[in-house]
Design a protein around this ligand. Structure first.
Ligand SMILES: NC(=O)c1ccc[n+]([C@@H]2O[C@H](COP(=O)([O-])OP(=O)(O)OC[C@H]3O[C@@H](n4cnc5c(N)ncnc54)[C@H](O)[C@@H]3O)[C@@H](O)[C@H]2O)c1
Length: 287
């Protein structure tokens, strides 16, 4: 249980879901962890729970908007100030973002979705790489994309496009940073039982999510956390530029194409801000 002993990690979106499960797993494996998240309330809950488990001297939380360059810079610098170095950067924060028929999607909502899901990952890679290059001891950068970035038909249009960009960004960064010993890899989760996915209705989501993929059980945040642990640890020392699909076999079964999750509603459009605490922005449209 000590695969990350002495390593220091930054995890964005670590106050909930996949990021939080990863933060807990990294702590269990001996890492120091800085969580950056827009949701301060959940960040405080996380800090308190980690303190109760005896991790307070290895855990830090910083309120951060991943689309804001100054926030990301402050986040990685906090890791160095608190723990001496930065070895692992997990660019994981994301929202579902703009939804609705393509003829109705606001350009501002497109921009904001890309600002969080894509620009946020770019900024995370940029500022983590600056520090890792300076340290001259390599590093592991991990990004969360989605199955929706690999295939159309498994997520809303703008979300899919923003995640497809994350996949190619990770591959290109792996190429550029390889000679510094910095590995860059991307995880593509399938359907994972998190607050983003069940939207406050865990019971209703449960049955759907159990039957969403060939494997006969639900995708849990811990399944993704273990993929992140592998990519963060030296066990993946020769792995860079990959896109690791963790989806219970869903990709091989084919996209979800005709589900309500993919077919946009014809009577409304707008923007969902996930579990950040920000209110959704929804308007009625002509059917
Ligand atoms: N749950 C799934 O089925 C699934 C599938 C594929 C990909 N993903 C991706 O996994 C990642 C984590 O999602 P999750 O399911 O754990 O969701 P979640 O909502 O449980 O957690 C996401 C966290 O990111 C934070 N966040 C959102 N916008 C932010 C911003 N601008 N700055 C800082 N923090 C911000 C939220 O406050 C939240 O704590 C996301 O990138 C998501 O797109 C999730």
């Amino acid at each position: 249980m000590n695969r990350l002993a002495g390593a220091s990690a930054v995890i964005t979106g670590g106050a909930s879901g996949i990021g939080r499960a990863t933060a807990e797993l990294f702590l269990e494996h001996g890492a120091n962890v800085v969580v950056g998240d827009l949701n301060e309330e959940q960040g405080t809950v996380f800090l308190n729970e980690m303190a109760a488990r005896g991790y307070s001297d290895r855990t830090t939380f910083l309120r951060c908007d991943v689309s804001d360059e100054a926030d990301i810079k402050a986040l990685v610098e906090t890791c160095v100030k608190s723990f001496g170095h930065l070895n692992i950067m997990f660019n994981n924060a994301g929202i579902e973002g703009a939804f609705g028929a393509i003829t109705e999607i606001d350009a501002d909502h497109w921009d904001r979705t890309f600002a969080i899901n894509t620009r946020g990952v770019f900024l995370g890679i940029k500022h983590a790489a600056r520090i890792m290059i300076g340290q001259n001891e390599g590093g592991s950068i991990i990004n969360t994309a989605s199955l929706a970035g690999l295939t159309s038909g498994s997520g809303a249009l703008v979300y899919s496009a923003s995640k497809a960009a994350v996949i190619r960004l990770g591959q290109s960064a792996a190429l550029e940073l390889g000679n510094h010993g910095i590995r860059v890899n991307t995880i593509c989760p399938g359907v994972v039982f998190t607050p983003l996915m069940h939207r406050g209705k865990p019971d209703r989501a449960d049955a759907v999510m159990r039957s969403s993929q060939p494997l006969p059980f639900r995708g849990e945040p811990e399944h993704i956390a273990h993929a992140a642990l592998y990519l963060a640890s030296t066990e993946s020392a020769f792995v860079s530029g990959i896109c690791l699909t963790v989806d219970g076999g869903l990709l091989t079964a084919g996209p979800l194409a005709d589900t309500p999750m993919v077919n946009p509603p014809q009577d409304r459009a707008g923007m969902m801000y996930g579990t950040t605490g920000q209110k959704a922005d929804v308007r009625a449209t002509e059917p």
